[in-house]
Design a protein around this ligand. Structure first.
Ligand SMILES: [Cu+2]
Length: 213
């Protein structure tokens, strides 16, 4: 009987790691330009997903959030390291996770767990120019587009609903969700045209003097 147990363990390890399908996504704007930093995520039709296991980090560096957009699976604990030598006061008023963190610099970090699906817009009370986004999705299968608008997801074969999100998309644009079946052979292609808001060009530059704060 011991031998049977061993075989079962080996088979389940094989099933979870060796068979993977691929989704190749291309995200453009409605005018045809490649869209960077769009989140492409695939929700299994079964609704069953493994618990979050990836580490995630939203740094403050050179008076900016890094990255600008951070996709995470719901339930992920995100580190907030301050890599600047001066302090930041990070906050969110977003319903998916309101919080504030006073970070005093020199790589001090704190951790926040994002336990609800949705958009979390980040700001800093000291530096008005700082803007970043965490997007919590109910799946571990997600990727972010590069400058070329491309993203690739590796995921188990099966039926999925694929969705796209970008912080500058128009709220009343198409939802761009696609249903597809991923197989172990060959990749599935997804193309989306996201209707974007006009770029925010009037970003304030420079910080308030810390002594004024
Ligand atoms: Cu700041």
């Amino acid at each position: 009987m011991r031998r049977v147990g061993l075989v079962l363990v080996a088979m389940s390890a094989w099933a979870s790691s060796a068979i993977a399908g691929t989704i190749n996504a291309q995200v453009n704007s409605d005018t045809g330009a490649a869209v960077a930093s769009a989140v492409v995520y695939a929700i299994p039709a079964t609704g069953q997903v493994p618990a979050p296991s990836k580490a995630a980090s939203m740094a403050q560096e050179n008076q900016q959030f890094d990255p600008f957009v951070l996709p995470v699976q719901v339930g992920t604990a995100v580190e907030f390291p301050n890599r600047d030598s001066f302090r930041h006061h990070v906050y969110s008023f977003s319903p998916a996770k309101p919080f504030e963190l006073k970070l005093f610099g020199g790589n001090e970090k704190q951790v926040v767990t994002f336990d609800k699906e949705g958009v979390i817009a980040l700001g800093c009370n000291i530096h008005d120019n700082m803007l970043g986004y965490i997007y919590a999705v109910p799946t571990p299968y997600f990727a972010k587009t590069g400058e070329d608008g491309k993203a690739a997801l590796s995921l188990p074969p099966g039926a999925y609903s694929v969705k796209i999100w970008h912080p500058n998309q128009k709220a009343n644009g198409p939802d761009n969700s696609t249903s597809l079946t991923v197989s172990a052979e060959g990749a599935s292609d997804v193309k989306a045209a996201v209707v974007m808001k006009s770029e925010r060009k009037a970003k304030k530059s420079g910080a308030k003097d810390e002594t004024e704060y």
